[in-house]
Design a protein around this ligand. Structure first.
Ligand SMILES: Cc1cc2nc3c(=O)[nH]c(=O)nc-3n(C[C@H](O)[C@H](O)[C@H](O)COP(=O)(O)OP(=O)(O)OC[C@H]3O[C@@H](n4cnc5c(N)ncnc54)[C@H](O)[C@@H]3O)c2cc1C
Length: 487
């Protein structure tokens, strides 16, 4: 890799390395892997230049939005894997679990002892705010450098936002040969143990279920046994994908939590995948995923409805007063108890499996637009359901894909009520499509629709704050009535 290519991954603030520092701190936020990690490599390179060790620190807060057993469990499983990999590499890795017992996060006190803090660059969710806050607390010294390990082409490579896959594709493919190479791991040379100011989790002895249940988070969203967190599980899944020749990978949770690099997936698929798999990943993992990240990187409003194009907003506003076939309150949607069995099947996949194939997500999202009072509410509901239940939620892909439901990246289509010129997908028409059979085939078997026992359990505990909680729930009887009246 040339110096230039490295530099595009470096988001560097002003400030000099603190001469009196004891170590280089890598504060791992989103790239949850020990290898093929540009941020760790950067930390190791600087540490080698300074003749200091690298200390890797990861903390898990109890109060991030949608914190639940499902997300905590996946992160802790990833951390157990990382701990093992760093032990093998002779690198010190310490993990702080915030159990709400009053023990303050040790991040600031560790950072103050460092000559340099390196962290992950990630353009969305709580990460930009967390990084900015640490910079603010520390002032100029030590500097906090954030490194982009997220995409194949560094986000800073493109100095503008792209509005369609068609415009983005040729630019991305042109840049690809410069960037798509194996990512080596830099070995830190100095191995000196650092005394941490807290008791890190010892993953050799930890009972992960006990750790999760000890945290004050939403215990109503259970872990998903089919998705075990960590780089090992990610590689096993990739190997199975290549062996079976299946069209889709099921790797989105692992990409979201940074357990595997997109480089590794693409290069392994080039070696051992089918032509169809390579074509599929070029389109989905490269074009669509990197386009979503491009939007999150350039548009500060990407988590809001403001991200959709003006024509789409205009269309949805013009059709705001169109009668809806039915209005479902958040609770009915969330519990998968609408009158549309196909939609409920899709939502149940989120509830129980934390995952949904792409075609189902498209139908799932498009339907909500006609079942809510307005498009702004539909956007909020989708963000909430997606980010609360999907293991891969809270990602640039989440926000960009939900925006796609409302016309992002797309051209005006045929006019119809509620949607205006924003493209509509009908559940009825989808029932005849082979894509639907294929998507349903990717789901794990679940409870039949009539048996809601599993879901009732899922909803016993109180819910965390959600965007619908401030709204007056619609009366279900009234909703049905309105539907009958509208024929
Ligand atoms: C309403 C809606 C919500 C979505 N929410 C999310 C989300 O929260 N997180 C998420 O990662 N994806 C989301 N997607 C995109 C897509 O559905 C998932 O990435 C995909 O289903 C994941 O399955 P897979 O790993 O088997 O994908 P594969 O088909 O194996 O593709 C490989 C990788 O490419 C990326 N990818 C695939 N499809 C898309 C796409 N359409 N846009 C952007 N990247 C893509 C993912 O990282 C995926 O893991 C959403 C799509 C819709 C329509």
């Amino acid at each position: 890799m040339t110096r230039n290519q490295t530099d595009l991954r470096v988001h560097r603030p002003l400030g000099d390395i603190a001469q009196a520092g004891e170590f280089v701190l890598y504060w791992m936020q989103t790239t949850m892997r020990a290898r093929e990690n540009f941020a760790f490599n950067y930390a190791a390179e600087r540490a080698n230049e300074l003749g200091q060790p690298v200390l890797v620190y990861q903390g898990l807060r109890r109060d991030y939005p949608w914190a639940s057993d499902r997300l905590h469990r996946f992160i802790l499983e990833s951390a157990a894997d990382i701990a093992r990999d760093f032990r093998d590499m002779g690198v010190q890795y310490v993990f702080f679990l915030d159990r709400g017992s009053g023990e303050a996060s040790p991040l600031v006190s560790l950072a103050r002892r460092a000559s340099l803090v390196v962290t992950d660059y990630y353009p969305t969710f709580i990460v930009p705010r967390q990084t900015a806050r640490l910079r603010q607390i520390l002032g100029a010294s030590p500097p906090v450098v954030s490194i982009d390990s997220t995409t194949v082409i560094p986000l800073a490579h493109f100095d503008r936002q792209f509005t369609s896959a068609r415009a983005f594709r040729p630019r991305l493919l042109e840049a690809l040969p410069h960037y798509l190479h194996p990512v080596p791991t830099i070995e830190p040379r100095v191995r000196r143990a650092v005394e941490p100011p807290f008791d890190p989790v010892d993953f050799r002895r930890a009972d992960l279920a006990e750790l999760v249940s000890s945290c004050p988070i939403d215990h109503s969203v259970p872990p998903v046994p089919a998705f075990v967190g960590g780089s090992r599980a990610a590689r096993e899944r990739l190997a199975r994908y290549l062996e079976t020749g299946k069209p889709t990978t099921g790797l989105s949770p692992y990409l979201h939590f940074g357990n595997i690099s997109p480089h590794e997936i693409l290069l392994r698929t080039r070696e051992a995948g089918t032509v169809e798999q390579n074509r599929h990943l070029q389109e989905q993992l490269l074009v669509w995923r990197e386009l979503s990240h491009n939007v999150a990187h350039h548009d500060p409003a990407h988590r809001t409805i403001e991200v959709i194009p003006a024509w789409a907003r205009q269309e949805l506003a013009t059709h705001a007063a169109d009668p809806r076939p039915v209005l479902y309150p958040l609770e009915v949607l969330e519990r998968a108890t609408t009158d549309e069995e196909l939609w409920d099947t899709a939502q149940r996949a989120y509830l129980t499996q934390g995952y949904m194939p792409n075609y189902l997500r498209m139908l799932w999202g498009k339907s909500v637009l006609q079942w809510t009072e307005n498009y702004q509410q539909a956007f909020e509901v989708l963000v909430h359901l997606n980010n609360k239940y999907a293991l891969d939620g809270r990602d640039p892909n989440s926000y960009a894909s939900i925006a796609w439901i409302f016309g992002k990246f797309y051209r005006p289509f045929y006019r119809r009520p509620i949607y205006g010129l924003v493209r509509y997908l009908s559940l009825n028409a989808a029932r005849k499509k082979p894509e639907l059979r294929e998507a349903l085939g990717q789901l794990e078997p679940t409870e039949p629709a009539s048996s809601r026992a599993g879901q009732a359990e899922l909803f016993e505990a109180p819910q965390d704050a959600n965007p619908g909680s401030g709204r007056k729930p619609l009366d279900r009887q009234r909703v049905r009535q309105r539907r009958v009246e509208q024929g």
